[in-house]
Design a protein. Structure first.
Length: 235
């Protein structure tokens, strides 16, 4: 049991810590016009509105605590004798606070700030404003270090390389509808990796995964991790 595991994490994992998902009824897409708060064009039109939106999300994330799914995935990383890479679409830091250390935030992090003028990055304060200046170049062009709609997710080359070398690809708590993340399971299948979906309900892509486990992440992920570490599941 020393195979390489790549885990793709979606909003369903952090939802049980009280962080809203995008696509569920009553989720963020219902509450906000994301063209105004989650695009470069929206930021150019009204940066104060965008900062207000992300200040609220940052406060929500900082006040949240990791749930049993975050903690189980940290145990998997620490206890699995092979390589484990966690690729998260979430912008909170709950995986880190649960103990995970080998992960890629493909959509950025709420705890990061980015200068739109020079590309410098630094830890974000709890509240960001349009007047914040970049510690690198001094420009008042601070934005959240978040990948917005229309922008390329971070570190895709490293993600594709990891998936190409994986023995097991697991998608947890994600709708599987937004590319390029949604295409990673096809990349895994091309690489002849085993594929597993863990989600509250099976996604709308029947037959794409070799196996599907349905249920709340905080319940089913710890059970799956326990079986993996006990050697009851072979890859």
């Amino acid at each position: 049991m020393t195979g390489r595991i790549v885990l793709l994490i979606g909003a369903g994992v952090s939802a049980e810590s009280g962080l809203g998902t995008f696509r569920d009824k009553g989720g963020l897409w219902d509450q906000y016009d994301l063209a105004e708060v989650a695009t470069p064009e929206g930021f150019a039109r009204n940066p104060a509105l965008v900062h207000d939106f992300y200040n609220a999300r940052r406060a929500n994330a900082l006040d949240a605590t990791p749930n049993a799914a975050h903690e189980a995935l940290a145990r998997l990383e620490q206890g699995w004798p092979g390589e484990v890479l966690l690729v998260t679409q979430n912008v909170d830091d709950l995986h880190e606070r649960a103990g995970s250390s080998r992960l890629i935030h493909m959509h950025g992090v709420l705890t990061g700030a980015l200068c739109a003028a020079c590309g410098h990055r630094w830890p974000a304060p709890r509240v960001m404003t349009v007047t914040d200046s970049c510690p690198g170049c001094g420009a008042s062009a601070t934005r959240p270090d978040i990948v917005w709609f229309g922008e390329m997710p971070y570190r895709m080359e490293a993600i594709y390389e990891a998936v190409a070398q994986a023995d097991l690809f697991v998608s947890i708590g994600t709708s599987g509808e937004v590319y390029p993340a949604a295409g990673l399971v096809e990349e895994a299948r091309i690489a002849r990796a085993e594929t597993l979906e863990i989600n509250l309900e099976p996604s709308s892509r029947p037959g794409v995964f070799d196996q599907v486990i349905a249920g709340p992440a905080s319940e089913v992920v710890p059970l799956w991790v326990e079986k993996m570490l006990a050697g009851e599941i072979q890859i």
